[in-house]
Design a protein around this ligand. Structure first.
Ligand code: CA
Length: 447
């Protein structure tokens, strides 16, 4: 055997230890995406739901109490997740179902992470166009599965993907269908813990109305949350059985808020506020709470950070891993968009908020808001909306909040929102003009 050139020998001495160290520092990333779920979990203070698996992620990780989506409809929100950009920056300003799409050739999450040596997988719906620009190595269960059937398949596919990664660092995104409408009470025996309408004593804070019909919808929305938690439990169990749990960052979010009046498709708190939890591979952040303004646009920079890369400053978001702690200044304002999601519902709006106030621009005002009309018809995806008779029988300050949503001014500023009651319809102060504790509306469709 001829002697190896000396430079080759030196190179192997230099490179081998570096690669080993790099491998050891490259954890996996699991992103769990709920659908149309506001922060209605035990860890966020909801006592009507049963969410032990999600609560455990919070207990063993960091819980964000002021996390927001960029747009309260699926495709634009998920486009932000995949690009680290606001919808107007990446082009995905409406529903993929209605042929809205990102700008051709745009750089997306799997492109970034594959460059950094990660194997990338997606399970469940993506709902962003064009798929050619979202080149996951593995992609299974492409349907929306709003029927919520065969939920164990998501865990089974996760095991299959992790085996495919074969020890290489991986990014896996799992998109569950709960709690998108229809809000089924139970499907194939799930959830095991059923919430009955008779147990619902309070409306959702931003809805403010509790008729028997709304009560049943809220109970079944909570059943979706319970079913989602069971799905998360099965997925975490699969990760543990793969042997990779100890070396995986687990993120949990929703794409945007629940589909009730004054929530999804609006720029109110009920539409934009989302849960966000991060469980580190170890327990260094266990039990931490964070109140800073964070967003779905911050996820991609966080993943790039974990993977050992450096996110471009051209991205709108920032890493929640290395830039949130310490003395680095964090943002003081956060933005959100809203176009209407599909042509017949077009009603553009933009909002910006700080820790106390939100400003919403309704570009088509004083034209009536089509989202209000959709919800008041209470059909299809909007079936949990409040109908005119329910609104008319509500106290005056609630009627006024709905009237404001129906026909907003062009610009409205509001009190805000980082408090536990944020987004709620607060009691009208005596001898003052009634107001909503939250700002103006939006329009759009579900998905
Ligand atoms: Ca959605």
């Amino acid at each position: 055997m001829p002697p190896r050139p000396i430079y080759s020998a030196l190179l192997s001495i230099i490179i081998t230890p570096l690669l080993s160290a790099e491998q050891a520092e490259r954890p996996n990333i699991l992103l769990i995406v709920a659908e149309d779920a506001s922060p209605d979990f035990g860890c966020y203070g909801n006592t009507s739901v049963t969410s032990p698996h999600i609560d455990k992620l919070a207990a063993e990780g960091i819980q964000f109490n002021n996390a927001y989506s960029s747009y309260s409809v699926s495709s634009p929100a998920r486009g932000s997740l995949l690009t680290g950009l606001y919808p107007h920056q990446n082009g995905q300003m409406g529903l993929a179902t209605h042929n809205y799409q990102m700008f051709p050739g745009i750089k997306t999450l799997p492109k970034y992470l594959k460059e950094l040596g990660y194997i990338t997988g997606n399970i469940g719906k993506i709902h962003v166009n064009n798929e050619a620009d979202i080149p996951f190595d593995y992609w299974q269960i492409r349907s929306s599965n709003f029927g919520k059937k065969n939920l164990f398949d998501y865990a089974k596919k996760a095991t299959e993907f992790i085996n495919t990664a074969d020890g290489e660092p991986f990014y896996l995104q799992v998109n569950f269908p709960d709690s998108h409408f229809p809000v089924q009470r139970q499907v194939q025996g799930r959830p095991h813990n059923i919430v009955e309408p008779s147990s619902i004593k309070e409306s959702l804070p931003y809805v403010g109305i509790l008729s028997p019909r709304i009560k049943e919808n809220i109970a079944n929305y909570y059943n979706c949350i319970n079913r989602l938690d069971e799905s998360v439990g099965m997925l975490i169990q699969a990760l543990k059985e793969s042997g990779q749990y100890h070396n995986t960052f687990i993120f949990f979010i929703s794409d945007h808020g629940a589909q009730f009046s004054r929530a999804k498709v609006t720029n109110y708190e009920g539409g934009l506020k989302i849960p966000l939890l991060i469980k580190y591979p170890d327990k260094q952040m266990a039990g931490k709470q964070n109140d800073k303004l964070v967003s779905i646009i911050d996820l991609l920079p966080s993943f790039i950070d974990i993977a050992g890369g450096q996110a471009s400053k051209e991205l709108a978001g920032r890493s929640l891993i290395s830039q949130l702690e310490g003395s680095t200044p964090w943002r003081r304002e956060l933005y959100a968009g809203g176009l209407g999601s599909y042509p017949s519902n077009t009603y553009p709006k933009r909002s910006v908020r700080d820790e106390r106030f939100k400003l919403i621009i309704n570009e088509y005002a004083p034209q009536a808001n089509p989202a209000y009309q959709c919800y008041s018809n209470a059909k299809g995806h909007y079936s949990a909306g409040c109908i005119p008779q329910e609104i008319q029988s509500a106290p005056k300050h609630i009627r006024d909040a709905y009237a404001l949503w129906s026909a907003p001014p062009n610009t409205s500023s509001t009190t805000s929102s980082t408090t536990p009651t944020s987004g709620s319809i607060s009691p009208a102060p005596p001898n003052t003009a009634p107001h909503s504790n939250d700002s103006k509306p939006a329009s759009g469709n579900g998905a």
